[in-house]
Design a protein around this ligand. Structure first.
Ligand SMILES: [Zn+2]
Length: 140
Protein backbone atom coordinates (compact mmCIF):
# COMPACT_ATOMS: atom_id res chain seq x y z
CA UNK A 1 0.00 0.00 0.00
CA UNK A 2 2.44 2.68 -1.16
CA UNK A 3 -0.10 4.97 -2.80
CA UNK A 4 -1.25 7.62 -0.34
CA UNK A 5 -4.65 8.18 -1.93
CA UNK A 6 -6.54 7.19 -5.01
CA UNK A 7 -6.64 9.80 -7.70
CA UNK A 8 -10.03 11.24 -8.41
CA UNK A 9 -11.45 13.59 -10.98
CA UNK A 10 -14.57 14.12 -8.95
CA UNK A 11 -15.84 17.49 -7.82
CA UNK A 12 -14.53 19.90 -5.21
CA UNK A 13 -16.30 18.10 -2.36
CA UNK A 14 -13.78 15.33 -2.75
CA UNK A 15 -10.95 17.62 -1.66
CA UNK A 16 -12.31 17.27 1.84
CA UNK A 17 -11.93 13.52 1.98
CA UNK A 18 -9.34 10.89 1.19
CA UNK A 19 -10.67 8.02 -0.84
CA UNK A 20 -9.59 4.95 1.05
CA UNK A 21 -11.07 2.43 -1.29
CA UNK A 22 -13.17 2.61 -4.42
CA UNK A 23 -14.99 -0.62 -5.21
CA UNK A 24 -14.71 -1.54 -8.87
CA UNK A 25 -16.58 -4.03 -10.98
CA UNK A 26 -15.01 -6.73 -13.15
CA UNK A 27 -14.40 -4.22 -15.93
CA UNK A 28 -12.44 -2.01 -13.58
CA UNK A 29 -15.10 0.66 -13.47
CA UNK A 30 -16.12 2.36 -10.27
CA UNK A 31 -18.99 0.57 -8.64
CA UNK A 32 -20.95 2.05 -5.79
CA UNK A 33 -19.82 4.62 -3.30
CA UNK A 34 -16.20 4.73 -2.20
CA UNK A 35 -14.90 4.35 1.30
CA UNK A 36 -13.62 7.74 2.30
CA UNK A 37 -12.03 9.42 5.28
CA UNK A 38 -12.61 13.01 6.28
CA UNK A 39 -9.36 14.98 6.13
CA UNK A 40 -10.43 17.15 9.06
CA UNK A 41 -11.74 14.75 11.67
CA UNK A 42 -10.55 11.39 10.31
CA UNK A 43 -14.05 9.98 10.32
CA UNK A 44 -14.20 7.03 7.96
CA UNK A 45 -17.45 6.40 6.15
CA UNK A 46 -18.78 5.16 2.88
CA UNK A 47 -20.62 7.52 0.61
CA UNK A 48 -20.77 9.81 -2.36
CA UNK A 49 -20.81 13.57 -2.72
CA UNK A 50 -24.15 13.91 -0.93
CA UNK A 51 -22.95 12.03 2.12
CA UNK A 52 -19.73 14.02 2.18
CA UNK A 53 -21.77 17.20 2.14
CA UNK A 54 -24.01 15.89 4.88
CA UNK A 55 -20.97 15.25 7.02
CA UNK A 56 -19.25 18.57 6.28
CA UNK A 57 -22.24 20.87 6.20
CA UNK A 58 -24.67 18.99 8.37
CA UNK A 59 -27.32 16.62 7.16
CA UNK A 60 -29.18 13.43 7.81
CA UNK A 61 -27.62 9.99 8.11
CA UNK A 62 -24.18 11.02 9.33
CA UNK A 63 -22.66 13.06 12.12
CA UNK A 64 -21.59 16.63 11.47
CA UNK A 65 -17.86 17.18 11.05
CA UNK A 66 -16.50 18.72 14.26
CA UNK A 67 -13.21 19.85 12.73
CA UNK A 68 -13.83 21.47 9.34
CA UNK A 69 -12.42 25.03 9.24
CA UNK A 70 -15.00 27.77 8.83
CA UNK A 71 -13.51 29.02 5.56
CA UNK A 72 -13.48 25.55 4.03
CA UNK A 73 -17.06 25.08 5.14
CA UNK A 74 -18.12 28.40 3.63
CA UNK A 75 -16.38 27.60 0.36
CA UNK A 76 -17.99 24.18 0.25
CA UNK A 77 -21.41 25.58 1.07
CA UNK A 78 -21.06 28.08 -1.76
CA UNK A 79 -19.87 25.39 -4.16
CA UNK A 80 -22.68 23.12 -3.00
CA UNK A 81 -25.22 25.81 -3.74
CA UNK A 82 -23.84 26.39 -7.23
CA UNK A 83 -23.75 22.70 -8.02
CA UNK A 84 -27.28 22.24 -6.79
CA UNK A 85 -28.45 24.98 -9.08
CA UNK A 86 -26.49 23.67 -12.02
CA UNK A 87 -27.50 20.07 -11.63
CA UNK A 88 -30.67 18.07 -11.33
CA UNK A 89 -32.01 20.30 -8.60
CA UNK A 90 -32.19 23.15 -11.06
CA UNK A 91 -34.32 21.08 -13.40
CA UNK A 92 -36.50 20.10 -10.46
CA UNK A 93 -36.87 23.70 -9.40
CA UNK A 94 -37.81 24.71 -12.92
CA UNK A 95 -40.34 21.91 -12.95
CA UNK A 96 -41.80 23.07 -9.65
CA UNK A 97 -41.85 26.61 -10.92
CA UNK A 98 -43.74 25.53 -14.01
CA UNK A 99 -46.21 23.57 -11.91
CA UNK A 100 -46.64 26.59 -9.73
CA UNK A 101 -47.36 28.83 -12.69
CA UNK A 102 -49.79 26.31 -14.07
CA UNK A 103 -51.64 25.94 -10.78
CA UNK A 104 -51.75 29.70 -10.42
CA UNK A 105 -53.20 30.23 -13.87
CA UNK A 106 -55.59 27.32 -13.52
CA UNK A 107 -56.72 26.97 -9.90
CA UNK A 108 -58.91 23.98 -10.72
CA UNK A 109 -55.93 21.76 -11.53
CA UNK A 110 -53.59 20.65 -8.77
CA UNK A 111 -50.50 18.81 -9.92
CA UNK A 112 -49.14 18.66 -6.39
CA UNK A 113 -49.68 15.07 -5.26
CA UNK A 114 -49.04 15.84 -1.59
CA UNK A 115 -52.28 17.79 -1.44
CA UNK A 116 -54.40 15.13 -3.11
CA UNK A 117 -55.63 13.73 0.19
CA UNK A 118 -56.48 17.13 1.52
CA UNK A 119 -59.46 19.32 0.74
CA UNK A 120 -58.93 21.85 -2.02
CA UNK A 121 -56.72 24.67 -0.88
CA UNK A 122 -56.56 28.27 -1.83
CA UNK A 123 -53.93 29.13 -4.41
CA UNK A 124 -51.98 30.90 -1.67
CA UNK A 125 -51.80 27.68 0.31
CA UNK A 126 -50.87 25.82 -2.84
CA UNK A 127 -48.09 28.30 -3.43
CA UNK A 128 -46.86 27.77 0.09
CA UNK A 129 -46.94 24.01 -0.37
CA UNK A 130 -44.88 24.46 -3.52
CA UNK A 131 -42.48 26.63 -1.60
CA UNK A 132 -42.08 23.88 0.99
CA UNK A 133 -41.43 21.44 -1.80
CA UNK A 134 -38.72 23.72 -3.18
CA UNK A 135 -37.16 24.01 0.27
CA UNK A 136 -37.21 20.26 0.78
CA UNK A 137 -35.53 19.79 -2.58
CA UNK A 138 -32.86 22.30 -1.65
CA UNK A 139 -32.27 20.63 1.71
CA UNK A 140 -31.48 17.25 0.22
ZN1 LIG B 1 -15.01 15.41 9.29
Amino acid sequence: MSEPALKTNKGPKWKHVVIVEQPVNVRGKNEGDPHVRCVYCDLAFRGGATRICNHLLGGIGISLCPAIPADAKAALAEQHKIQELEGTKKRRLIQIDQELQRSNSDPSSFPLTASSSQPRQSSLQASFAKFCQVVSVMMV
